[in-house]
Design a protein around this ligand. Structure first.
Ligand code: SAH
Length: 344
């Protein structure tokens, strides 16, 4: 619940409005998720709270720590027995967290592990937020950056993601500036226009991965509905409305749109747009035969730079713990099927 919603819910129960702010701070500042521990609230009101509200927790099912680079990957169990993944990454400026927005994904991108097991349900705003709160608590680290790049398509769960962003940045609560948040989408065009209207200050990242419609439709089915031209037009609108630079993500996959002529086509497509290209060496997915040679990525980057397009190469983190999203959840879901239920 947002603070105004909590205020009206409490006044409807005959309670004082200021109690809402106290409870909101217990949740979002002190991170206390048990009404009985909210000690400046009377025992009587705590009973009312327990009767009328619930605080849904998420639970660490598995925690994998990389020996190479301190990346920590969490498999969280939700209150209904479903699983999502969250990854904590260390950078020289601090810690960044990658959160999931859905259980599974409908988008079906060919190279992505999240797509293989299909879609189950949207995450609630609190379930997205709790990935951050629980990870901070479990790791003892404070995150300074958040990326919505875990399992799921954030713009396919638009309302809940926008609510999550408002809870995350509420001045009375967690108070995180949305300048430290990046939202990655495969390109749900109408929602990009909606997001632009909100002028949130976050960084929008577009999973482009291919400079032409034919090739993009082969690896990203969403392109059959929203083609590259409509996507680029939405991006231009987003930049005009928000004044923010867009990041285009491009997985450089051997033998798939990674040649010099592909780099040239990408540079032509993005020329004149206030953007930055983040080149991604593809993460290995067991069922797929994609790979990336390091030299291929740096050649691609150089070619783009030569054509005036700003490009960086994404660091590969947690390669020993399958930090590529979706793999851990699928393993857990498969073993729970063998055990005959969602609860393992
Ligand atoms: N659905 C959103 C966010 C989740 S995926 C989106 O599509 O952007 C986050 C990023 O990881 C996307 O750029 C996605 O294309 C990329 N990705 C998915 N599988 C990958 C893999 N095996 N290797 C490298 N990047 C991958």
């Amino acid at each position: 619940m947002t603070l105004p919603e909590l205020e009206s819910a409490l006044t409807a129960l005959g309670e004082k409005k200021f109690r809402a702010k106290q409870i909101f701070q217990w949740l979002h500042v002190k991170r206390v998720f048990d009404f009985d521990k909210m000690t400046d609230i009377s025992i009587q009101l705590r009973t009312v709270l327990k009767e009328n509200f619930c605080i849904k927790g998420i639970f660490v099912e598995k925690r994998l720590e990389s020996c190479i680079d301190n990346t920590v990957k969490y498999l969280y169990r939700l209150s209904d027995g479903n699983f999502v993944e969250t990854v904590l990454m260390e950078y020289n400026y601090g810690y960044s967290i990658c959160v999931s927005t859905q259980v599974g994904c409908k988008m079906g991108c060919r190279f992505c592990a999240s797509a293989i097991a299909g879609f189950v349900r949207n995450l609630e705003p609190s379930e997205i937020l709790m990935q951050i709160y629980e990870t901070e608590k479990n790791s003892g680290r404070r995150v300074s950056g958040i990326v919505l790049m875990g399992i799921g398509e954030p713009l396919d769960n638009y309302d809940n993601v926008v609510r999550f962003l408002s809870l995350l940045s509420d001045k009375n609560g967690n108070n995180m500036s949305l300048r430290h948040v990046s939202l990655s989408t495969c390109g749900i065009v109408p929602r990009i226009y909606d997001l632009a209207k909100l002028k949130l200050g976050l960084t929008l990242c577009i999973s482009l991965h291919c400079p032409d419609d034919k090739g993009r439709s082969e690896i990203m089915p969403v392109n059959r509905k929203y083609n590259i031209e409509s996507l680029i037009n939405a991006c231009k609108d987003y930049i005009a409305a928000t004044g923010r630079r867009i990041t285009f993500e491009y997985a450089v996959i051997d033998r798939v749109k990674s040649s010099d002529s592909d780099a040239d086509a990408l540079a032509d497509l993005l020329r004149g747009i206030n953007c930055h290209v983040n080149l991604i060496p593809v993460n290995k997915v067991r069922e797929r035969n994609y790979s990336t040679a390091r030299s291929g990525v740096s050649d691609f980057a150089k070619r783009l730079e030569k054509r005036g397009i700003n490009a960086t190469v994404r660091r590969t983190l947690g390669s020993d713990i399958e930090a590529a999203c979706g793999q851990l959840r699928r393993d857990a879901a498969q073993s729970s099927e063998k055990n005959g239920g969602a609860e393992v």
